[in-house]
Design a protein around this ligand. Structure first.
Ligand code: SAH
Ligand code: SF4
Ligand code: F3S
Length: 477
């Protein structure tokens, strides 16, 4: 048995102990390389896509730092580059291919450099084929179901100096307690579930993230308690459809009940969650939002499109009037609730956006992510041939924005002169003399304030409104 084979058989079989073992092994190799080169080795993690990927990248970074890599600020001075990819729309994939192309020359300059790709895009066979043929300088590829195996796969890549491709078609058990770092000190995201079972007809996520599975409430609460002990004030509970949390767990627990448990964790001051699917938004959840003091008065409730025929073809399981009624119930019971949404324009067969515009006007959203439909190979909608003309789609998209933006501006204007509680998150990226934070309803604000306030919830008076953010001044300075 050669050394590497011995190591694979000696390694613990259970997770995450097995990966901890390989972290040690990678760290031995990295120390050797450090003494050879006389410098510290650095790793860069590039993240594409949604908050799920951002959270996954914190785990990737946690494992890499534990192996002994220092963090590289960008690709140029890194010895290990990993892109955690997204494939929800074509332009997300194009960004990855574009940036990957730029890495080729780095490989010539730095013989140590290893390039890795992981995440949603890699779960598609045609992507892996493209990587193999067009980007042969990629050393390591893995998917969403074996993200936790980074140490073992990287070990094999470093030790044997060979490229490693490992993609699982299906998910295994949820692996808890992986090392992780946090991108922010005072706020943190916590996965409560993985995958998606909804199969909206346009969406690739269920194919690349696998079936919906929930983490046990005790694991979630233990993580939230540890975060609180570490100074975190705000947690965001993450899932593709948090409202269906709990399905398949041995004990019966709903999302509203989970919110109650998180609300009881001492030290946590704010609780957010995303994303909610309208079809599963229960009265119990609405009442929980009303009654639990730490749960923020904000809900992200994507509606995608307004027309009932289009909603049916999208497999969304609600109607335009059903959606509007739901938002009315939210407004009735949850004081000051801010509703944000996702809107898609140009789905096959969608030639006008009148119903979409009607929903925007009647619900009055505080914010929205707007997208042009992008055909995803392998989804049912990809087979449709009744595509609207791209020029018409662009015009419809502009109509949506022209309706949406003045409403968002009006809602924010009403806040001028009033005082709100803001979690001061840090210095503003725009202007280092200002701080930045969010209102309970998730509106972004840049404000004059005392730097000691960073990490605390402070009173801020709104002085000016831009469409998508506010300016203000901290009170009781
Ligand atoms: N699970 C979440 C959304 C995840 S994807 C939910 O259902 O609300 C985020 C958004 O990307 C979706 O809400 C949708 O608006 C958009 N999206 C998904 N697939 C898309 C596609 N094929 N083309 C364009 N936008 C898409
Ligand atoms: Fe995609 Fe629909 Fe699942 Fe959201 S709920 S991830 S849009 S399939
Ligand atoms: Fe998220 Fe993109 Fe994957 S939106 S779940 S990173 S396809």
């Amino acid at each position: 048995m050669n050394e590497a084979n011995f190591i694979y058989s000696e390694a613990p079989q259970r997770e995450p102990q097995r990966q901890e073992y390989f972290i040690e092994k990678c760290s031995e190799i990295l120390s050797l390389k450090t003494s050879e080169t006389g410098r510290e080795l650095k790793a860069y993690v590039g993240t594409y896509g949604c908050q799920m990927n951002a959270r996954d990248s914190e785990k990737l970074k946690g494992m890499l730092l534990k192996m002994g890599y220092a963090e590289a600020e960008n690709e140029d001075n890194a010895d290990f580059i990993i892109y955690n990819t997204c494939c929800v729309r074509e332009n997300a994939e194009n960004k990855v291919y574009g940036n990957l192309g730029l890495l080729k020359h780095l490989k010539k300059e730095n013989k140590q450099l290893k390039i890795a790709l992981c995440g949603c895009m890699m779960q598609q066979k045609h992507v892996v084929e493209t990587i193999k043929t067009k980007y042969p300088y990629v050393d390591l590829v893995f998917g969403t179901h074996n993200l936790y195996k980074l140490p073992e796969l990287l070990y094999s890549c470093l030790k044997d100096e060979k490229s490693v491709f490992e993609i699982f078609e299906e998910h295994g058990e949820i692996v808890e307690n992986l090392p992780s770092v946090r991108n922010f000190k005072f706020k943190a995201s916590v996965n409560i579930m993985f995958g998606c079972d909804n199969f909206c007809s346009y969406c690739i996520v269920p194919y690349v993230r696998g079936r919906e599975r929930s983490r046990k409430p005790e694991d979630i609460i233990a993580e939230v308690k540890a975060l609180a002990a570490d100074g975190v004030k705000e947690v965001t509970l993450l899932g593709q459809n948090v409202n269906s949390y709990g399905k398949g767990l041995p004990e019966k627990v709903t999302f509203a009940e989970l919110l109650g448990m998180v609300n009881d964790v001492e030290g946590i001051e704010r609780i957010r969650f995303m994303t909610s699917h309208p079809k599963d938004l229960s009265d119990e959840l609405i009442f929980a939002m009303r009654d639990l003091d730490k749960v923020c008065c904000h809900i992200h409730l994507p509606f995608q499109a307004g027309n009932d025929k289009i909603l049916k073809d999208m497999n969304r399981h609600y109607t335009k009037e059903g959606y509007i009624a739901l938002t009315e119930k939210l407004k009735k019971y949850v004081p000051y609730v801010a509703i944000t949404t996702d809107i898609m324009v140009g789905f096959p067969g969608e030639y006008d956006v009148d119903d979409t515009i009607d929903i925007i006007k009647r619900v009055r959203f505080s914010g929205a992510f707007t997208f042009i439909y992008s055909k995803r190979e392998g989804t049912p909608a990809a087979k449709r041939e009744d595509m609207p003309d791209p020029k018409l789609v662009k015009a419809n998209f502009n109509r949506v924005l022209e309706t949406l933006n003045p409403i968002i501006y009006e809602i924010n204007t009403e806040k001028v002169g009033k005082t709100y509680k803001v979690l001061a998150e840090g210095l503003s990226g725009h202007d280092k003399n200002l701080m930045t934070g969010r209102l309970e309803d998730n509106t972004l604000i840049h404000f004059k304030g005392n730097k000691n306030a960073i990490g605390n919830i402070v009173n801020v008076k709104v002085t000016e409104c831009k469409t998508f953010y506010l300016y203000g001044e901290q009170e009781d300075l």
